[in-house]
Design a protein around this ligand. Structure first.
Ligand code: CTP
Length: 394
């Protein structure tokens, strides 16, 4: 699967663990995958099609006899970069091993040669039955990745090996299957996120509306692709994520210090933080009383990217611009003035983009090429920016 084909078919078998795949679907979307759910008809007894439709935002069908004009088993199979079949019941495993094509999911499986991850969940006696053991062997010999079910308490009162594995384990197995996407192993990626604050007094500051979501999306995407990620976070909470080392800062000066410490060992810098352009000339040590709070004298903050530019020894620098007018021309100017390799610009007139999970704009490369970015998730844009930055690394 290439870094840019993020289409996944999530096949749902008729087991009670089907409801756990709703979380899997969400987590796949969080890391930038576009998921089409294809349930088996019997799985709808556990989780109905409207749930999958609502969560995936896509049509859900189970038979080749629906939407026949689209020839869905072929079109879905062709667009899929990977399959996850979770949960896979003993019956579904048997049908796939036998090459049956008696519902939409098994048709898609036959019609596609994309990598496939099978996540079994069933009673331990069914998992250990000679027929299932042989079917699993057949699938593994054909290149399917078949996970081992987890050991523990089952739906009834007994326990054993047959439980649906933890979502994190499924994601790990999926990302490992997607070996080709781990294209940033050994690369140090430095990301800034959030908005800086410049203290006026102990309780007030000059800040901005940046939510930091784009920076976090970039840090996660880079970590999932194998990079060693350092994230400088300005005034935002960052939940733990493996592979990301977080440094918290408040002001532009603190961010510059943190950047200086890390820039020399960085290969790609993505500067998505919104840095305050100015700060109060002096920060009052005591809270300024209402009667005196009528004028703040400002001085310029350093431009962080422009300060790092002379220290550049092959680092790829990615800038961001949020503009309310004339966006392409101003972004192009920033790209040249700050010595950037590429810049992503979006139109934030009317408060659009801030705080949203989605973004829309243009990537401008140093050679002047413009790539329009239609409305898409910040996770997807994160991966695209990393694709372009990686190309510049050479
Ligand atoms: N930036 C920076 N240092 C600053 C201000 C911004 O490094 N003091 C970075 C931002 O992180 C972003 C890029 O420069 O990646 C463009 O930020 P933006 O605020 O759009 O540009 P400014 O240079 O501040 O220009 P203006 O406010 O005049 O639009």
């Amino acid at each position: 699967m290439s870094a840019t084909n993020r289409e996944v078919i999530l096949g749902i078998g008729g087991g009670i663990a089907a409801y756990k795949s709703a979380d899997l679907l969400r987590r796949l979307q969080d890391i930038g995958y576009l998921v089409t759910v294809v349930p088996t008809p019997s799985s709808l007894n556990f989780v109905g099609a409207p749930t999958w439709q609502a969560l995936s935002g896509r049509a859900v069908t189970t038979q080749v006899w629906e939407r026949v004009d689209e020839v869905r088993h072929v079109s879905l199979a062709q667009q899929a970069g990977a399959f996850i079949i979770a949960p896979a019941t003993a019956d579904l495993i048997a049908r796939i091993a036998a090459g049956r094509a008696d519902d939409l999911l098994t048709n898609c499986v036959l019609a596609s040669d994309a990598p496939k991850l099978i996540v079994p969940a069933m009673h331990p006696s069914m998992w250990l039955d000679a027929a299932t053991v042989a079917n699993v062997q057949t699938l593994r010999a054909r290149g399917f990745i078949v996970m081992e079910p987890a050991v523990g308490r089952l739906t009834g009162s007994d326990s054993g090996q047959g439980r649906f594995p933890d979502t994190n384990q499924i994601l790990d197995a999926f990302l490992a299957m997607e070996g080709a996407v781990r294209d940033l192993v050994g690369v140090n990626v430095l990301v800034t996120a959030g908005g800086t604050r410049e203290a006026i007094d102990p309780v007030r500051f000059i800040g901005n509306r940046s939510s930091g979501k784009q920076g976090v999306a970039i840090a996660k995407a880079a970590a999932l692709r194998g990079a060693k990620v350092e994230l400088i976070a300005a005034n935002m909470e960052i939940p733990y994520f493996p592979g990301i080392e977080v440094t918290h800062v408040e002001s532009a000066e603190q961010m510059l210090d943190a950047l200086r410490d890390r820039f020399t060992h960085t290969q790609i810098l993505l500067m998505s933080a919104a840095v305050a352009d100015a700060k109060p000339k002096a920060t009052a040590l005591e809270k300024i009383k209402k009667a005196q709070f009528n004028n703040i004298e400002l001085e310029a903050n350093p431009d962080l990217l422009a300060t790092l530019q002379p220290l550049k020894t092959g680092q790829v620098m990615v800038g961001f611009a949020a503009e309310t007018s004339d966006h392409l021309a101003s972004a192009q100017k920033k790209l040249s003035a700050k010595g950037l390799d590429l810049i992503y610009v979006n139109d934030v007139s009317g408060g659009a983009i801030f705080g949203s999970q989605e973004t829309q704009g243009t990537i401008i490369l140093a050679n002047g090429e413009n790539i329009p970015i239609p409305l898409q998730s910040k996770d997807r844009l994160a991966n695209l920016l990393l694709d372009y930055a990686r190309k510049q690394l050479g």
